[in-house]
Design a protein around this ligand. Structure first.
Ligand code: MN
Length: 451
């Protein structure tokens, strides 16, 4: 039985047409004469001699579909071999301890490499593979081992200049290269991202249905992440934030271990990761199932900003414009609540809203929760184009010790975040599966007494 299972695993084709067409696209972009060198990522120490679960480098996985620590990709458009992988060699004893490896053979048969070698041969083989290449794309950040290997190869080729060998003389940033491809979601990326956002939405729905006083932020985190894994995601795509009461005013709160108190709001920011694409959704709702009138008024301000921001997410606009639209509504709301003074333009120009809204409204979304791709082109905000996916996440945070705030709103943090696909015909809200209207939320809050 065991042999049978292993045989099946070994012959399952993992190389997909989407990664092949991405390599082709990138190859055409860099042209013959260039090469791309990418690290697959390494295991990260958690403590002492234990490691975090492996998560491959986003750029590497985007082009290979391979999730194995230590791998290296070399792409040389127009040369033979064009697509080379360096991977850990098969080692039955090591694999008993740390998991199966594809080995060079698997790299060829399952991942479509034209050539594959054990990782240990990288330094020795790199000079010949780069001989005659004019420029090399590699990540400028977070790849120190690869930098050393490349510099050694360049030095080797330099020494052999008089023998006719030619070293690359130009280094370029692979992150920028890949970012400009990844920012426009291709069909496969969009299918995966849609599913990741759907699973994220299912996790939020389970939390909304399960929430009630007496539980802990821990329970909500567990409910959400159970749904994520149960529905096929690898887990959360970033640290899940479950903040009750004034924990919601801590932007990167991840302790998630406080009791849920009746009368308080709960802010949940969570996204599921599937095949290295992640959702990113935030919802805020009352722990006991009903907003107080004050909480509801504050919530409606943020919701109006969220909806207006989404309407602004259209071709030709940009994320500064989305931020501006949201900011105006938030500033008007803060004026209505007497938390700030002056005219709305004054509040915005003098940034009087900052104590209550201190972050930006949007970021790109995809393989990384803060995804790749330039935010500005020529120092101007990048015009939105079809295929870009971004978040719209306006918020208001009322500090717990704010003497200007009505007591019922002190320590309230409200953020409403959706994932939006830019399309020619207008924005598509990928995260529409999670309700955000007050009545829709109140209709299902706490309806599932599972725990
Ligand atoms: Mn976000």
């Amino acid at each position: 039985m065991l042999t049978h299972v292993l045989t099946l695993t070994d012959t399952t084709p993992s190389a997909s047409s989407s990664t092949a067409s991405r390599r082709q696209r990138i190859g055409a972009r860099i042209g013959d004469g260039a090469a791309l060198l990418l690290p697959g990522g390494a295991l990260q120490t958690r403590s002492n001699d234990t490691e975090q679960r492996f998560r491959p480098d986003s750029d590497f996985f985007y082009l290979t579909g391979l999730a194995e620590p230590g791998a290296v990709l070399l792409l040389r458009p127009g040369r033979e071999p064009e697509f080379t992988l360096f991977v850990q060699p098969r080692d039955p004893k090591a694999e008993i301890w740390s998991g199966r490896r594809i080995g060079p053979e698997g790299a060829i048969h399952r991942y479509g490499a034209d050539a594959a070698h054990p990782l240990g041969e990288l330094a020795e083989r790199l000079p010949a593979l780069l001989d005659g290449v004019e420029s090399v794309y590699l990540p400028f950040h977070h790849a120190p081992d690869l930098h050393l290997a490349l510099l050694a190869a360049l030095a080797h080729l330099h020494r052999r200049d008089r023998l006719g060998e030619q070293r690359p003389e130009c280094l370029r940033d692979a992150r920028a290269l890949l970012g400009e491809d990844r920012i426009f979601k291709d069909a496969a990326a969009l299918t995966t991202l849609r599913r990741a956002v759907e699973i994220s939405a299912e996790g939020h729905l389970a939390a909304i249905r399960g929430v009630r006083p007496g539980l802990s932020e821990r329970d909500i985190e567990a409910i959400i992440e159970h749904r994520f894994r149960r529905l096929g995601a690898s887990g959360p795509g970033y640290g899940t934030i479950v903040g009750g009461g004034d924990n919601a005013t801590i932007l990167h709160y991840v302790a998630n271990d406080a009791p849920l108190i009746a009368g308080q709001l709960l802010l949940v920011d969570a996204g599921a990761e599937l095949d290295c694409f992640t959702g990113d959704i935030t919802r805020t709702y009352p722990i006991s199932g009903r907003f107080s009138p004050e909480q509801r008024d504050l919530y409606q301000i943020v919701l109006a900003a969220n909806e207006a921001g989404i309407r602004e997410a259209r071709v030709g606009s940009d994320i500064d414009a989305i931020h501006g639209v949201c900011l105006r509504i938030l500033a008007e709301g803060l004026l209505d609540l007497h938390l700030v003074e002056g005219g709305v333009d004054e509040v915005i120009e003098q940034q009087r809203y900052l104590p209550y809204y201190m972050h930006r409204t949007s970021h790109w979304l995809g393989a990384d929760v803060h995804d790749a791709g330039h935010y500005t082109l020529g120092r101007r905000p990048r015009p939105l184009q079809p295929g870009i996916v971004l978040t719209v996440e306006p918020a208001l945070y009322i500090p717990a010790d704010d003497p200007r705030a009505p007591p019922g709103l002190r320590g309230c943090g409200i953020r409403i975040e959706d994932d939006v696909l830019i399309r020619a015909e207008g924005p598509e809200v990928l995260s529409a599966g999670v309700p955000k209207a007050v009545a829709e939320l109140e209709a299902i809050l706490g309806s599932d007494p599972l725990l």
